[in-house]
Structure formats: structure tokens, C-alpha cells
Design a binder for this molecule. Structure first.
Ligand SMILES: C[S@@+](CC[C@H](N)C(=O)[O-])C[C@H]1O[C@@H](n2cnc3c(N)ncnc32)[C@H](O)[C@@H]1O
Length: 931
């Protein structure tokens, strides 16, 4: 209220508080109104907010029509403001910067948002709401902010004669929205503001609905957390927020996730490292849920997380590479088309030569499935369960028995019967596992596929009680997917957490479980030979040892602070509902991006995945199908090379030289391709990972020209680019001219562009990979491998938004990227200095967050390492990784990973304090090794 109102209100209060004789009127508690009422001058609830007053009730009757003279409202309210102006304040409001302004409800919206921060959890807000915008609009204002509404009263009143409704007419002129008036008090057909205004002008009486809303927050603390976060600079997003759902439990799910996201964005600047098997917290929560709700004694180590059920099934089949697998017909849709044939069963010899896996579809009804298993004797069975069989454990027991007898591995999919509910219905498989341990030949697969808030937001997990299987599955995720999108793990982690906090700690000791007989190990299929060789020899991520904190300079991910626009885009993507196709149409943006960034207007088919590694792997499969040979320059990101080996690709390494910064040259490429029949050349660029060197325009033109000469297929991987230190000096790429020319000269030559936007867009854990293809047979072949971890629509929305922001060569996003590049450059220098002073020879990087160095001082040195056990080791360029890890807890990649003899790899996009610790570790290692 404004100041003169305060004075009038006091007068009114006295008139009400005293009787005719001037004596105080006492209420039942012997108090007067004077003891209970205060008046303060305040812009809406500012007084309460500034004085930390928490309210039980907020009652408001405030203007809901824009002033017909918008300039009037921008005047300061002063003691000597004109009477006319002060009067107008009781009827009109100004634009408030809320989406509800478009209905004149901006002031109400602001009052509600201010109310959220000052109301007590059980408090109630009561508002007089003119029904002119329509009941739907009025209710939505509250509901999308997490309120439930009770209508206390409703009537129809004449439009106040002193209030000009022409602002509403103006709104109707510029939008399809129609307000709701009535002719006289008895009219029951609504008329719009324009008609009402004309009718009123001509002497007619117009009316509108008036309701009294009583509003209460559904999840007060969580909604307060969300708005608290939005107020910390993310105000613009509040227009997108939509917390209303038909079903209360769905609304609660969204509210609790957004509150969780608010708190992590507020507290932490970056997403932490998560192991490939899945976030430790998430896996512990899954295990905790199994323990508390289903009495199955599992721990986080029994759980491996996958991006989706389809990916889990395909990857598992690749790990075992069985001759024959039987897969539930509902689960074969995303398997490679090449597998879905029965033609190979008979011709055992052909099969061995082609190394093709055959998958037979089967109905999930257990008697039919069992019959098929008995007849066909598959090595792997993946099946779900019919609904009528899922309640008791008998069908599961039968499946366990028959697969054990035959010597098949069983993966049982319980996705359709798994409920994330505080009262989960009976589930035969889980009931069985409460009393029996899971036999070694069986594992449980579960996709979380029933999301009603964010359709298709999927994560899957596999449960096993076999250590080697769990380890191998985790490594398979690492090799084929890289990681499971952390944001999806956060989402479901939040749900599990809510369910667990709902339950009292279990005070019963877990029941003794029976140990099931296992199949004899000779009968049962083991991992494929390529899998064994990669799993045993590849330098994959190191397992976090409980309670020890490893420092990861061996992960291709940025742990630098997530900048403001990125947080905003992610939060907004989860705030929304009903996104339109155009808002998540990422292809237009990516097309534009590759055209302006690399001069690559050639893509006709775009595919997206959670990571570029996943897309690369599908390309490897295409290469294998075409009988091609993958050619990697020496000094390629080890993860790519290991994945190609795991997938059994034919591989040729093209030599690179130290004096050329381990860059691929035309000459070396020429020599190598001379001896390869169907070459597929992998080029990481413009920025090369791991060396951090850059190919300039001339260099890439020469390389492409050579590739074209041999009709090679080229995979240009831009995933690590966009953070070049000296952009001006380097000048960027424009491939359009050279490729147009080369495409004319060779028909089998083709270039596909692979990329990932996380590093250059600073999205950290929010990964988004794309692949642009432009040759038809290859496109068809590529799509025969459809089992991809596809980015969720929220990711597409956020990435599209950020791409839009990045296009502007100014503004907050641009500033953040520029700062990041400067920061990485200075870090690369700091690391270089430390390494040089500790006896390493560094190859100075020119871009990105990965660099290589040679441990010259340490090679062939025999060192005594003191750790849990003392041991002596003669250091070389590959065991130095283990030695540094044991001595200091720092993880780097050795030369086995970089492929460059002598050179180890370091990533530098660590959280600042971690980076400093890493530098200390390098110095510490020198002290230890040179004792
Ligand atoms: C229709 S009158 C209602 C008066 C009285 N409260 C009642 O319910 O009868 C609307 C009131 O809202 C007040 N108002 C308008 N904008 C305001 C703001 N930003 N902060 C506080 N009060 C405001 C006006 O001063 C006016 O007293």
C-alpha cells in the first residue's frame, strides 16, 4: 500500500477498534484490533521480505488491468503525486515482466512469487480474481507455480464504472486471446473485451466473474527452493515454469526434481566425475531401494547403469557375441538388422568366418519361451515376462532352471513390472531374489521407462551378483557409450531418494538367502575373444577405491564451472511442458552450426546421440560391414581405438612424427593408403585429441585431397574442437570449396562430420553428439544400427538454445567461452611448467583440454614406491601410469593409450582446486621417484 493509504487505514482501524464512547472493543482473548493490526507502506510484499516476516495468510485484492496510459505507471510514487494518479493505482497496474502481463495479471503474478518466499509452509494465499481473462488463465497462474486452488466463492459483478477496460481491447487486437465479459448481470454467453467496450460505451452494462481463490503450495519447501534459485538471476526462466499436472503424483515428481536441480546448480559450479558404471550415488540408491522395498541385500557394486534398455541389450550381446541368442520379441526393435536373421544357423562355418551373431525373436510367455530355449539351445536369452506371470516367481524359476540346464546366460527384463512407487505391487522376480541369491548365469535388466513427466527420459540398470560380469559390463559401457547421461541419473536418483526417505530404516536383519546352483562354468558362454583382449589390455578408467579421492586427468570431460547460460538452458528445458516440435528441432541449428563453423554444408542426414563415441562406434560397424579398414593416425584418442578393437574392426595405424607434432601428414597418409583396400580414415580436428595440436586449412585440404585420391571414407571428428587458443592466428576451417571439388573427382570418397558439443559449449556433463552423413548407401547402412542412446528432448531444447546464443559473437555465452579458452591456455602453461620442472618433455598444446608429455627423467629408472606395500618398479612409458596412481592418486593416460611411444596424456579441464592438487601430485611423484 502507498503512504497516504497507511494514514487512512489507521483512521479506519481506530474507527473499528473503538466503540462509540472511544473505549477499546475487546475480543475473546481480551485483545483489541489495535494489538493485532499493523500497516506499512510497501510495494507488494517487499516489507515482509526485507524484514524477514513469515506469513500465515496473504490476502490480496490488487489491480488486474493495465493502465490505459502505460507511461503513467512509470512515475515515482511521491507524497505529492497527483490525486488522479494515486487513484489510478487502485484500479490499474503496470507491466511487471511476467508472462501473465499478456492478460493484465502481471501484478498478481509478482505478488504470488513474492508470496512464495514469505509464506509459511502451511500458509494460504487468498486472492480476489476478476474472471475476465477466463478461469483457465487465472487458475494456471497459480497452478504452474505449484499451487493447488480452492475456489472459496464466486459471483458476477458489474464492471466498475471508474475502470477503463481499453487495455484489454488492445491485448485482443494483438493476440488471439479473448477476455470474458457478460452483458448485464444475467448474460450467460461470454462476450470479448472489444464487444464489451463498445456495448459499455453505448450505455450497456457489462459484468464479469469474480472469484475468491484460496491457494496453497503443494510441496512448499521444494517450490520455495525452486523460486529461490530462479531469483538468483534466472528470473527469465520463471515464465517457462510449469508445475501443473492432472495427476498430483506426477506434479510432485517434477517439483522434487526441479528443487533438486535448483539446489545442485546453486551449490555446485560443476558436475563431478562419474564412473562409467554409473554414478555411485545413483547405484547406491537403486541398491538401497532393492534392500528397503524388496528386501534384497544388494549394494552399489551389484548395479551397472546403461543409457537405455535397448543399449544394455545390444552391448551385452556384443560382450558375449553368442552364436545364437533368443530375445523377447518386444526387445528386438533396436537390435542391428544384420542380427535378426535365422539364415546363419545351419552354416556353422560361414558364421565363424563372418562372425555374425544371430538373434531369434521369441514370445515372452514363459512356456513358449522355454520350449524355444530347449529346442534351439541359445547361448544367451534376453526376455521379459508376460503380465500374468510376473506376480509370482514360478515362471522366473522355470526360466532359471532351463537356462541353467542348457548352459545359457539369462538376462531377465523386469522394466514393465518395476514400479517406482512407495507401495510397489508384488513382483515375482524380486520376491525370489529376497530369498535366493541371483545365480551366476542370470542377471536382471531394468529400464526405467514409465516417466510421465518427461516422456522417454530413460535410464536402465543391470543387476548381477557375479563380479566379473559386473566389471565387464561396466567396461562395455565405457567402451561403447563412454558414460550414461548424468542428468538422467540425477533425475531417477532423485526419485529413488524420495522413496527411500519415505521409509523408516529397516530394523530387521536381512533374511538368509539360499544360494542357487550355478551352471557349470565350462558349458556357459564367456566373453568374446575381442572383448577379453580389450578388457584385459585396454587402459580404461580406474575404479575409485572406496574413500580415496582420485584426481582424474584421464577423462575427456570438462569439470570447469558450468556457466550461467548453460545452467539456465538446462533448467529451462526441465521447467517446460509441451515443447513444440520447432523448439526441439535441433537439425536446423546443427546444420547452421557445421556450415558456419567448418564450412560443411554437405550433411543430408543428421543423427544425434548422448556422445560422439557412440556415433563413432556405429560408424565402425559400418566400416566392418563394408569390409573396410580403419586407419588411425598414431596419437589418436585411445578410447576410440579400444572401441574399434572391441568391435573387431580391421585397424591400421598411420605413423606420425614428433617433429611434426604427431600430426598426420599427406606423405604418411599416401604411404599408408597405398596398402589398404577399403580405407576409412579417422581424423580428429581441427583440434587433435590427445595432443592439443590443430590442423590448419591447408593441412586439412591436403589430407582430404589424399583421401579422395584413394576413394577413402573420412570421419572428421570435431568433438574436441572449438577451444583453439589462438583463433585469430589459426583462422578456422572452411571445407566447402575443397570438398565440392573433391566430391566431383571421386565417387567413393565421402566425408562425414562427427561432433560433440559439450566441450565447446561448456555443458560439461550434458553431452550431445551429432553425426552428419551425406552418402545414401552409407546412410542406410548406418541406420541399420539403431540402438543409440538418443538425447532426450530436454537436451535438444537446451542445446538448441545454447547454439542460438553462441551464434552471437557477443553476450554472456560468448564471454564464457572466451574466458574458458583463456583459462585453458593459462592452465596448459602451468602444467607445462610443472611437468618441465619435473623432468617431462611437453608437446605444447595449441587448443582444447588435452595434452601429451614424455616422462624422460623417469624412463628406465628403478623406483621404490611406498604405499600399502613397498614395491620396486622399473619405470617405463606404460607402467608409469600405475606408479603415479599408486604414489599420488593422480590418474593419467600412458603411452599405451596415446599410441605415441613415450608419451603420456593429461587433461586439464579439472575443477581448479583439483587441478592444483594434480600439479602437486606431479611434483610429489618426482620427489618419490628420485629419492
Ligand atoms: C481495488 S483496490 C483494493 C483496496 C482494498 N485492499 C480492498 O480490497 O478493498 C487495489 C489496491 O491495490 C493497491 N496496490 C496497487 N499496486 C500495489 C503495489 N504494487 N503494492 C501494494 N499495493 C498496491 C492499491 O493501492 C489499492 O489500494
Amino acid at each position: 500500500m502507498v503512504s497516504f493509504q497507511v494514514k487512512i487505514s489507521w483512521i479506519n482501524l481506530y474507527l473499528n477498534a473503538l466503540d462509540e464512547k472511544g473505549q477499546p472493543i475487546l475480543d475473546s482473548e481480551n485483545r483489541t484490533l489495535l494489538d493485532r493490526v499493523e500497516f506499512h507502506e510497501s510495494d507488494l510484499l517487499a516489507y515482509c521480505r526485507d524484514n524477514d516476516i513469515q506469513l500465515e495468510r496473504i490476502v490480496g485484492c490488487i489491480p488486474q488491468i493495465l493502465n490505459p496510459n502505460p507511461d503513467a505507471m512509470s512515475k515515482m510514487i511521491t507524497e505529492n503525486a497527483s490525486e488522479e494518479f494515486l487513484y489510478s493505482l487502485s484500479n490499474y497496474c503496470a507491466l511487471q515482466g511476467f508472462v501473465e502481463d499478456q492478460f493484465g495479471l502481471g501484478l498478481i503474478a509478482r505478488a504470488v512469487e513474492e508470496g512464495i518466499s514469505v509464506i509459511k509452509s502451511t500458509g494460504i494465499m487468498i486472492f480476489n480474481m476478476g474472471g475476465r481473462p477466463g478461469q483457465g488463465v487465472c487458475k494456471r497462474l497459480f497452478e504452474r507455480r505449484g499451487f493447488c486452488i480452492t475456489k472459496l466463492w464466486q459471483t458476477k459483478i458489474l464492471q466498475a464504472a471508474d475502470t477503463d477496460i481499453s487495455a484489454l481491447v488492445e491485448i485482443e487486437k494483438n493476440s488471439p486471446h479473448r477476455f470474458e465479459f457478460f452483458m448485464g448481470l444475467s448474460g450467460d454467453q461470454p462476450i470479448c473485451a472489444r464487444t464489451a467496450w463498445a456495448y459499455g460505451k453505448a450505455g450497456g452494462r457489462i459484468s464479469h466473474a469474480l472469484s475468491v481463490y484460496s491457494c496453497q503450495l503443494r510441496q512448499p519447501n521444494q517450490v520455495k527452493t525452486i523460486f529461490d534459485f530462479l531469483k538468483s538471476g534466472f528470473q527469465e526462466i520463471s515464465g517457462s515454469l510449469d508445475l501443473s499436472f492432472q495427476d498430483d503424483s506426477v506434479a510432485d515428481e517434477k517439483i522434487s526434481f526441479l528443487a533438486y536441480l535448483s539446489s545442485i546448480f546453486k551449490e555446485t559450479a560443476c558436475f563431478p566425475y562419474e564412473p562409467p558404471a554409473g554414478s555411485l550415488r545413483f547405484r547406491s540408491l537403486i541398491a538401497g531401494f532393492m534392500k528397503k522395498y524388496h528386501h534384497i541385500p544388494l549394494n552399489s557394486g551389484n548395479v551397472v547403469v546403461f543409457p537405455s534398455r535397448a543399449v544394455a541389450i545390444e552391448n551385452t550381446l556384443r560382450l558375449f557375441s553368442p552364436r545364437l541368442a533368443i530375445v523377447d520379441e518386444h526387445l528386438t526393435r533396436h537390435l542391428p538388422r544384420q542380427w535378426l536373421t535365422s539364415l546363419n544357423i545351419e552354416t556353422e562355418i560361414d558364421r565363424a568366418a563372418n562372425d555374425v551373431l544371430t538373434v531369434i525373436d521369441a514370445p515372452s510367455q514363459s512356456d513358449l519361451m522355454i520350449e524355444l530355449i530347449k529346442k534351439l539351445k541359445p547361448q544367451v536369452v534376453v526376455t521379459g515376462m508376460a503380465h500374468f506371470e510376473a506376480v509370482t516367481s514360478s515362471a522366473f524359476v522355470q526360466l532359471l532352471d532351463v537356462t541353467r540346464e542348457i548352459g545359457s546366460r539369462l538376462f531377465l527384463d523386469i522394466s514393465d513390472h518395476f514400479e517406482l512407487s512407495s507401495l510397489p505391487s508384488s513382483n515375482g522376480v524380486l520376491k525370489y531374489l529376497a530369498g535366493n541369491s541371483l545365480p551366476s548365469h542370470a542377471a536382471i535388466l531394468c529400464g526405467l521407462v514409465k516417466n510421465q513427466v518427461y516422456m522417454d527420459l530413460e535410464v536402465a540398470f543391470v543387476i548381477s551378483e557375479e563380479e566379473p560380469i559386473l566389471k565387464a559390463l561396466s567396461k562395455t559401457v565405457e567402451l561403447l557409450e563412454g558414460n550414461t547421461a548424468p542428468i538422467s541419473q540425477y533425475y531417477y536418483g532423485c526419485l529413488f531418494h524420495e522413496l527411500l526417505s519415505f521409509q523408516l530404516p529397516d530394523r530387521h536383519l536381512p533374511a538368509q538367502r539360499k544360494c542357487d546352483k550355478s551352471a557349470s562354468s565350462t558349458d556357459i558362454i564367456g566373453f568374446s575373444s575381442s572383448a577379453i583382449s580389450v578388457l584385459n589390455n585396454a587402459e580404461l578408467s580406474l575404479d575409485q577405491i572406496e574413500n580415496s579421492c582420485l584426481i582424474h586427468m584421464d577423462v575427456d570431460q570438462s569439470f570447469l564451472p558450468t556457466p550461467f547460460p548453460v545452467k539456465a538452458a538446462i533448467f529451462e528445458s526441465f521447467s517446460r511442458q509441451n515443447m513444440s516440435e520447432s523448439e526441439i528441432d535441433i537439425t536446423t541449428s546443427i546444420k547452421q552450426f557445421v556450415k558456419t563453423t567448418y564450412g560443411f554444408p554437405f550433411g543430408i542426414d543428421f543423427t544425434y546421440a548422448d556422445s560422439s563415441l557412440t556415433l563413432f562406434n556405429k560408424m565402425v560397424l559400418c566400416c566392418i560391414q563394408e569390409g573396410g579398414t580403419l586407419c588411425f593416425p598414431v596419437g589418436t584418442n585411445g578410447s576410440y581405438v579400444y572401441s574399434a578393437k572391441f568391435l573387431k574392426a580391421k585397424i591400421v595405424n598411420i605413423p606420425t612424427k614428433s617433429e611434426e607434432g604427431f600430426k598426420l601428414t599427406e606423405c604418411a597418409l599416401n604411404q599408408a593408403l597405398n596398402n589398404v583396400k577399403t580405407p576409412w580414415v579417422y581424423i580428429s580436428g581441427p583440434t587433435i585429441n590427445p595432443t592439443g595440436r590443430v590442423y590448419d586449412q591447408k593441412e586439412i585440404e591436403n589430407l582430404l585431397t589424399t583421401c579422395a585420391k584413394f576413394g577413402a571414407r573420412v570421419i572428421i571428428d570435431t568433438s574436441f574442437s572449438g577451444l583453439e587458443f589462438d583463433y585469430e592466428g589459426w583462422g578456422g576451417w572452411n571445407l566447402e570449396g575443397v570438398l565440392s571439388r573433391l566430391y566431383l573427382s571421386s565417387s567413393s570418397f565421402s566425408v562425414c562430420l562427427l561432433g560433440e558439443l559439450s566441450s565447446m559449449m561448456l555443458t560439461g556433463a550434458l553431452k550431445f553428439g551429432f553425426l552428419a552423413l551425406n552418402q545414401l548407401p552409407l546412410i542406410d547402412l548406418f541406420h541399420s544400427f539403431s540402438g543409440l542412446s538418443r538425447p532426450h528432448s530436454t537436451v535438444k531444447y537446451a542445446i538448441k538454445k545454447l547454439l542460438g546464443l553462441s551464434e552471437k559473437k557477443s553476450g554472456e555465452m560468448w564471454g564464457a567461452v572466451t574466458r574458458q579458452i583463456k583459462d585453458l591456455r593459462s592452465r596448459s602453461r602451468r602444467l607445462e611448467e610443472t611437468l618441465e620442472s619435473c623432468g617431462w618433455d611437453v608437446l605444447e598444446p595449441h587448443a582444447g583440454f588435452s595434452m601429451v608429455a614424455k616422462p624422460t627423467l623417469y624412463l628406465n629408472k628403478t623406483t621404490r614406491l611406498k604405499n600399502a606395500i613397498d614395491y620396486e618398479v622399473k619405470l617405463d612409458d606404460s607402467n608409469i601410469r600405475g606408479a603415479i596412481l599408486k604414489a599420488t592418486g593422480l590418474c593419467i593416460n600412458s603411452s599405451s593409450w596415446t599410441g605415441i611411444p613415450g608419451y603420456c596424456r593429461f587433461t586439464i579441464a579439472l575443477e581448479e582446486s583439483e587441478f592444483q592438487k594434480a600439479l602437486d601430485c606431479i611434483a610429489e611423484f618426482k620427489r618419490i621417484a628420485c629419492l
